[in-house]
Design a protein around this ligand. Sequence first.
Ligand SMILES: O=c1ccn([C@@H]2O[C@H](COP(=O)(O)OP(=O)(O)O[C@H]3O[C@H](CO)[C@@H](O)[C@H](O)[C@H]3O)[C@@H](O)[C@H]2O)c(=O)[nH]1
Length: 330
Amino acid sequence: MKVLVVGGAGYIGSHCVRQLQAAGHTPVVLDNLVKGHKDSIPSGVTFYETDLADSAQVIDILKKEEIDIVMHFAAFIEVGESMQDPLKHYDNNVAKTVSLLKSMREAGVNKFVFSSSCTVLGEEAAPPFTEAMPLRPISAYGQTKADVEVILDYCCKAYGMSAAIFRYFNASGAAVGGMIGEDHSPETHLIPIAIQVALGQREKMKVFGNDYPTPDGTCLRDYVHVDDLSRAHIAAFPKLEEEGTYLRYNLGTGTPASVLEIIKTVEEVSGCPVPYDLAPKRDGDVPSAYADSIKAKTELGWDPQYPTIKSIIETAWKWHQSHPNGYDDK
Ligand SMILES: O=c1ccn([C@@H]2O[C@H](COP(=O)(O)OP(=O)(O)O[C@H]3O[C@H](CO)[C@@H](O)[C@H](O)[C@H]3O)[C@@H](O)[C@H]2O)c(=O)[nH]1
């Protein structure tokens, strides 16, 4: 299949590009490089530095490259930012996605794979989260993902489009070769921050809250390897052959880890101390979020290759150790 990877120079998109190649598909990358890194694109892969809302260019690329499937990873993901500047998130995550879908219709491409998030579910949802739970996001970011899920449902019914939606839990880790990895600016994610402390780039880190109703009082999350996420997306391709297909899958290991467990595992893997201070709870954090991924396992034959948090952190450590300044270390 010829696959247009929108946001293919970002963290998850760039891993998916390599998994597509490994599975014998031909990825074409479209990225405006606002968040993505050009150096994450493998040599030999066709790359368009284009904004997904530039309809004339996108239609031209879809036609010229004879694209079969569009995978859409380009989104703003910071929950806090979405609450301070919701229109920025609605514009990038919803309006630009609508523009991309319109371009696809114009070019006659009707298969779509979309990155969603477990944040489309509400605070009242009790883990493990299933696909059947109602959409009740509590942030503008989560609402943008929920909105696109609903828009796609209508598009599949109205236009015979077929769509597979994947709700990620905590994407983490790095490709096994150590050439690409997680590099956000500014960094807010737990595993990269703990690794930066282990590397001595930060003196200490903060643990946001230790009186949650969890075994050690810190938040529980479901960390899932980025290559495992990518493989699930590709496993859905055959299902998109049927017009009007609309699928939603949770992707997580189903085994949660606490903030303190993550810090301990980073210490174990790196052999370096990770000192921390306790800090107040972070706005918008739910105590516990982990997946029921039975649907992806049974329907797609999804079989995560990194079932433990240690195996995931080992790959992240390798990337950060060899690229302490991310893609700035070429
Ligand atoms: O310095 C830090 C950073 C994080 N945490 C905690 O670690 C856990 C995980 O935090 P983080 O890595 O930021 O992930 P989430 O907040 O669970 O966010 C995930 O889910 C969000 C909504 O989908 C996405 O925006 C993020 O990219 C994705 O990682 C949370 O309990 C945080 O409070 C700390 O205690 N200290």
